[in-house]
Design a protein around this ligand. Structure first.
Ligand code: 0A1
Ligand code: ZN
Length: 857
């Protein structure tokens, strides 16, 4: 059992290992908390009943606690004097059930790290995942310790909220009781002068649930979309998973200062205001889509995360991978499944692939960490969801459903592991999943080399899988890979419908018999596994698949490969944009039988960072300026080729009538936006300017402004935008980001530096910091400008932010994770900046871990 306080070696950050897991030695029978709110001196009183577990040998317990001033501590009414360290306290305990009472003082107003209890815009709020509760009071702050909570809040604010159901309210006091045992990371408290957007939902068993979205006065008009998304999520989880909500009330609160997107605290979700507030005038289509998905994600956590939680933080993907998978299913059902899949793969390749192939690579279930906050990564979330998608493809939909029913039935109320998760699939299907488990333990993206041959009606596909070494893992075993394959004949007809091949060996062949001629294979349909497919294919074959593949994902993929190849030969051989590809694009853009959203995706060029990665993989050192120039040339040539039809296409795709954020209108506006971007390259911004002034919604206003800014014609409109929206923080984040995103490579760092001196810039708000610094690192040629100014500016700002908010600083360090792709001169510049950050006195544990992992690449 856990006993004395951990004692890290002087100056060496402690590393935590999965193999060291030991259960806590006590049950926590109940928790009662009283908060006496004061901005700089809040008192937290706790009454916690502990019962030693049978066989417990150690007569002491360790409670986590950080940055707390202990006022008093008692056990069964008698004062005690625990031994206190910066990490917590150790105290001698009775050998049977006892009551622990403590009073501590904390400083919410001085808490700029936004973990624990802090203040945002005059409101008190909390963020406890992963280890923030220990900044509120002394407690065994680990997810496998679950208990019921009763919370009393004393404060002058008119709204006082916590988890569970309300017990009493009134006169500066509120009491809440959460009947569902939960770990401390799901605790939440909010107190503020707030207004609500109320609604209600009747569950499938007829229970009436009160719903509220709480916001600052003035934002109440931006809640209805989020509320609809919540109600759709509640109905969907009942219908698809048979899961019903389990409290009388569900509250969502919007907070301006928040490190992440949102948090699934039981019955009291706390949202970054950017992820819940929406109105046509202030939010883009992309914002609406994201809000719908995040509301669903947090709501779905009520079962996958809260009712069944994680035993320890190494199991984070147990709740996150599954909940991302569920929210993706929801979005596919609400919108277009193929558009969602393509968008998710674009995102996976942009964020998870570089992570998995660089110095930060880690398994979906990591086995060690220094700071758990650094492991809320694309690997845990998005690759975690991909792994579940593969599992579902392998066992089939019916078995997936059975396994999930068994999971909820067997593990409700428990803190579980990946072993528990896989066991329900084994028990439901009789399959042995020990090899499949490698997806959880082995880091790195597998490469799948494909060769084929045809003779006498038999087509043979041979696959070879390899995974490069990753930090701490040199050897890789072959994994189970579901490969969805279809075959087309030379007329483009499907002669073999999608079939799921199950690869288990390092090298493996599959044959298809009775074919009339050599088919064209469509491999890895629907992106059936998160791997990199390598196949010697011709542009003619890609164009054929782009025209004929019945699988929408692979159809898009063929276009994407054509775009990439065309770009690469422009860069490496100085060729002009590929004509066959340009013609294929022209045809698709005009094909009204195709979903506009799909056409918009086909027109979306590969990102410059993707091209850099593709070059690097071919042993060519990427030159960011050349990559940028090729992208510009390609867009101009495409615009010129389409010149005659662009005005008509623009007119045809312009929506009449009022704005609605539904999937069909969103797809049409996406296509219209791509056409406007091309048109702006030819008409000097006339149409974009007209659209800017005529727009009655942010999608079109901001879309037009982006086109103008890219064309360096947006000065007047940008100033007008600033003056129109300067009071709206979320719209201003867009404006800040756009200035940097549209800056020419040689100017990006200078523009960003100027913005950090803008009166509306602040390090205290993570959204604003990310708007500027995220846009800088996202401006590929600007960030990697040979002067090194981008690197220097980011490092300066990371150093400044680290003292205020370590978590957001550490996440932004990932901008440097791909540094080994680039030439020696750039690597020297980056190494210098990384070293400068590492050398900072008092650098946070969060940033220290990130920088040293990146430096050790
Ligand atoms: N669990 C939340 C995201 C979240 C994670 C960590 C946080 O602080 C370190 C805050 C929020 C989710 O998946 O939505
Ligand atoms: Zn989550």
């Amino acid at each position: 059992m856990t006993a004395a306080a951990p004692s890290p070696e002087q100056d060496l950050p402690e590393t935590f290992y999965l193999k060291d897991y030991t259960p806590f030695g006590f049950e926590v029978d109940s928790v009662e908390l009283t908060f006496r709110l004061q901005p700089s001196a809040t008192r937290v009183l706790s009454r916690i009943r502990f019962t030693p577990k049978p066989g417990a040998a150690d007569p002491r317990f360790f409670l986590h606690g950080e940055k707390l001033t202990l006022i008093s501590a008692r056990i069964d009414g008698a004062d005690v004097s625990p031994e206190i360290t910066p990490e917590g306290l150790t105290c001698v305990t009775p050998d049977s059930s006892f009551l622990w009472e403590a009073e501590v003082e904390i400083d919410p107003a001085g808490n700029t790290a936004l973990e624990g209890l802090y203040m945002s815009g005059g409101m008190y709020c909390t963020q406890c995942e992963a280890e923030g509760f220990r900044k509120i009071t002394y407690y065994p702050d680990r997810p496998d310790v679950m208990s019921t909570f009763t919370v009393r809040i004393e404060g002058a604010e008119n709204v006082l909220l916590s988890n569970g159901n309300p017990v009493s309210q009134g006169d500066g006091v509120a009491e809440w009781h959460d009947p569902w045992p939960k770990p401390a990371y799901l605790f939440a408290l909010v107190a503020g002068d707030l207004v609500n957007h109320p609604d209600s939902f009747t569950t499938q068993s007829g229970k009436e649930v009160e719903l509220n979205i709480w916001v600052r006065p003035g934002d109440e008009g931006k809640c209805s979309f989020g509320m609809q998304a919540l109600k759709k999520s509640m109905a969907w989880d009942e219908e698809v998973y048979g899961l019903e909500y389990d409290l009388d009330i569900f509250n969502i609160v919007a907070v301006d200062d928040f490190n992440m997107g949102a948090m699934e605290n039981k019955g009291l979700n706390i949202f970054n205001s950017s992820c819940v507030l929406a109105s046509p005038e202030t939010s883009t289509d992309a914002n609406f889509e994201r809000i719908e998905a995040i509301i669903a994600h947090e709501y779905f956590h009520n079962w996958t995360g809260n009712r069944i939680t994680c035993r320890d933080w190494f199991q984070l993907c147990l709740k996150e991978g599954l909940t991302v998978f569920r929210d993706a299913q929801f979005t596919s059902d609400m919108r277009s499944a193929s558009v969602k899949r393509i968008s998710d793969v674009i995102d996976l390749r942009a964020r998870q692939f570089p992570e998995d192939q660089g110095p930060l690579s880690h398994p979906v279930r990591p086995e060690q960490f220094q700071e758990i906050n650094n492991f809320y990564t694309a690997t845990i979330y998005e690759k975690g969801a991909e792994v579940i998608g593969m599992l579902k493809r392998l066992v089939g939909d019916a078995a997936y459903k059975q396994a999930l029913e068994l999971y909820f039935q067997r593990h409700d109320g428990q803190a579980c592991t990946i072993e528990d998760w896989l066991k329900v699939f084994e028990d439901a299907t009789g399959r042995d999943l020990s090899q499949f488990k490698l997806w959880y333990s082995q880091a790195g993206t597998p490469r799948l080399k494909v060769t084929d041959s045809f003779a006498e009606g038999t087509y043979k596909l041979t696959f070879e899988q390899t995974t490069a070494p990753t930090p701490g893992q040199d050897h890789k075993d072959p994994r189970v890979i579901p490969i969805a394959v279809g075959l087309l004949n030379d007329k483009g007809e499907e002669v073999q419908p999608t079939t799921m091949l199950e690869m288990t060996e390092g090298t493996q062949s599959f044959v298809f018999e009775g074919l009339g001629g050599k088919p064209v294979p469509s491999i890895l349909r629907e992106f059936s596994a998160p791997v990199i497919l390598e196949r010697d294919s011709s542009n003619a074959e890609r164009a054929f698949l782009l025209a004929h593949d019945s699988d929408p994902f692979n159809r898009w993929e063929a276009g994407n490969a054509l775009a990439r190849e065309s770009r690469i030969s422009m860069i490496t051989e100085g060729t002009s944009p590929d004509n066959a590809y340009l013609e294929a694009l022209q045809k698709l853009v005009r094909d009204d039988d195709l979903d506009p959203a799909f056409r918009a995706l086909i027109l979306q060029p590969p990102s410059q960072s993707d091209i850099a990665q593709a070059l690097f993989e071919r042993g060519i050192t990427p030159d960011p300026q050349k990559i940028h120039d090729a992208a510009e040339t390609f867009a101009l040539v495409l615009a010129q080729q389409l010149a005659n039809s662009l005005p008509r296409l623009y007119a045809e795709t312009t929506l009449e009538g009022g704005y609605a954020p539904d999937a069909i209108s969103t797809g049409k506006r996406a296509l219209n936006g791509r056409i406007l971007a091309l048109l702006t390259r030819l008409d000097g911004g006339d149409q974009a300017s007209r659209q800017y002034y005529a727009a009655d919604n942010m999608t079109q206003q901001f879309g037009a402004l982006s086109c103008l800014m890219k064309a360096e014609k947006g000065g007047v409109q940008s100033a007008a935008f600033l003056s129109q929206w300067k009071e709206d923080r979320l719209v201003m984040d867009k404006w800040f980001a756009l200035q940097v995103a549209c800056a020419a490579p040689g100017q990006a760092a200078g523009v960003a530096a100027d913005l950090t001196r803008h009166p509306l810039f602040t390090l205290k708000n993570p959204n604003r910091f990310r708007a500027v610094m995220g846009a800088l690192s996202g401006n590929h040629a600007g960030f990697h400008h040979h002067s090194g100014a981008g690197y220097r500016l980011l490092a300066d700002n990371l150093i400044a932010l680290d003292a205020i908010n370590p978590q957001t600083t550490a996440r932004m360090c990932t901008a440097f994770q791909t540094w080994k792709r680039y030439d020696g001169a750039r690597q020297d510049l980056i190494r210098q900046e990384l070293q400068r950050i590492a050398d900072q006195k008092g650098l946070s544990r969060d940033s220290n871990e990130m920088i040293s992992r990146i430096l050790n690449a």
